[in-house]
Design a protein around this ligand. Structure first.
Ligand code: ATP
Length: 361
């Protein structure tokens, strides 16, 4: 069993606290991705799991064993870095086998493990090359191979695809997903790329300024974010936020008026506690959740500013009074820059947040 459990984990650099009591349970065999903006503490968390960074408070356990004082080499983990960290003077084969040879692993077993890793990653033909004779994608494969040969209980990935071009990133992302299926071991993966997080993760941990904002399956976070930060971070293009005001609450609903759209109103069914009448709130609407005018929603006239046509979908960046909205349209409903049109939002396809960013249910 290689579950990873973080209990009230705190990290301070000097007096500066960068992780404020993280509680994260990662199940055996699960693929968990840490995401969040730059500086939120995701690499620090990963490095604490790896044992490359001391923890200032709390507890980290791997496979049920507390690891706080266990050396990195004895934690049963292998880490893959963005920078590959290959030995330039060694061949691929030597890079793969080096750690095992240094540990005195039996020769036949080392050969078996190297061969298996090479097969899994399709790098059999590169074994006699040196890192400088490899492409970026091939180097990253070798770096992953070095982790595989260790046969770890847990793989840790720190932004492993950041140095690759867009096409290779997609290709390697699929390979990592396949690797997880094939090996079935626990993987913890750090990225600031929410597409990587959405596509790879069984569950995503969203971090902000050293705090865990929400943990959940990708589509649960997408459909049911706990707060405005998670709503804005998960999803590309981003959720639209539209300023509104509560004008009335009655019969399990709040009537909200859009502040910048000529008094347009929406009836939003809610549970108690209701927000106060007069409260400033924000409506969150995903780009794909705008409807055609006249379909029974709350109408907003807009003017297309920039239209991006990607083939299967189009995105229109539209001016709506003092707000800019990103609207996804089917290709058949493309709009050109400068077009005036009306979109509509519906209560069941919008989320409501209070002034602090907390979700109003
Ligand atoms: P990025 O996406 O930019 O890599 P991150 O979310 O991985 O960011 P961390 O590298 O974990 O963020 O850093 C979290 C905070 O801790 C940042 O404010 C960073 O400046 C600080 N920090 C990281 N390492 C050290 C260190 N060795 N000494 C002091 N502060 C540090």
């Amino acid at each position: 069993m290689a579950a990873v459990t973080l209990t009230n984990v705190v990290k301070r650099f000097g007096t500066f606290e960068v992780v404020h009591g993280a509680d994260i349970d990662i199940a055996d065999g699960e693929f968990v991705v840490f995401v969040g903006p730059s500086g939120c503490g995701k690499s620090t968390l990963l490095r604490m799991i790896a044992g490359l960074e001391d923890i200032s408070g709390g507890k980290i356990a791997i496979g049920g064993k507390v690891m706080n004082d266990v050396e990195a080499a004895d934690r049963g983990i292998a880490m893959v870095f963005q920078s590959y960290a290959l030995y330039p003077h060694m061949t691929v084969e030597q890079n793969l086998s080096f750690g095992l040879r240094m540990n005195g692993n039996p020769k036949a077993d080392t050969e078996r493990r190297v061969k298996r890793a090479a097969e899994i990653l399709c790098i059999d033909e590169l074994m006699q090359r040196r890192p400088k004779q490899l492409s970026g994608g091939q180097r990253q494969r070798v770096a992953i191979g070095r982790a595989i040969v260790r046969e770890p209980q847990v793989f840790l990935f720190d932004e492993p695809l950041s140095n690759l071009d867009a096409e290779l990133r997609v290709q390697m992302r699929v390979e990592i997903a396949r690797l997880h299926k094939e090996l079935g071991v626990t993987m913890v993966y750090v990225t600031h790329d929410q597409t990587e997080a959405m596509t790879l993760a069984d569950r995503i941990v969203v971090l902000k300024a050293g705090n865990v904002e929400q943990i959940g399956a990708p589509l649960d976070l997408y459909d049911d974010p706990a707060n405005r930060f998670v709503a804005g971070f998960i999803g590309s293009p981003k959720m639209n936020f539209i300023a509104a005001k509560v004008v009335e609450t009655s019969n399990s609903a709040a009537i909200v008026e859009l502040v910048n759209h000529g008094g347009a109103r929406l009836r939003k069914p809610l549970c108690e506690p209701f927000p106060a009448t007069g409260a400033e709130v924000v409506l969150g609407v995903r780009p794909e959740h705008f409807f055609e005018a006249g379909e029974g929603g709350c109408d907003i006239p807009v003017k297309a500013d920039v239209a991006e046509h990607l083939g299967s979908v189009s995105y229109v960046y539209a001016d709506a009074g003092s707000e800019e909205l990103i609207i996804e349209r089917e290709a058949a409903r493309q709009r050109a820059s400068g077009d005036h049109f009306t979109v509509s939002i519906k209560a069941e396809r919008s989320l409501l947040f209070d002034k602090t960013g907390a979700r109003i249910r």
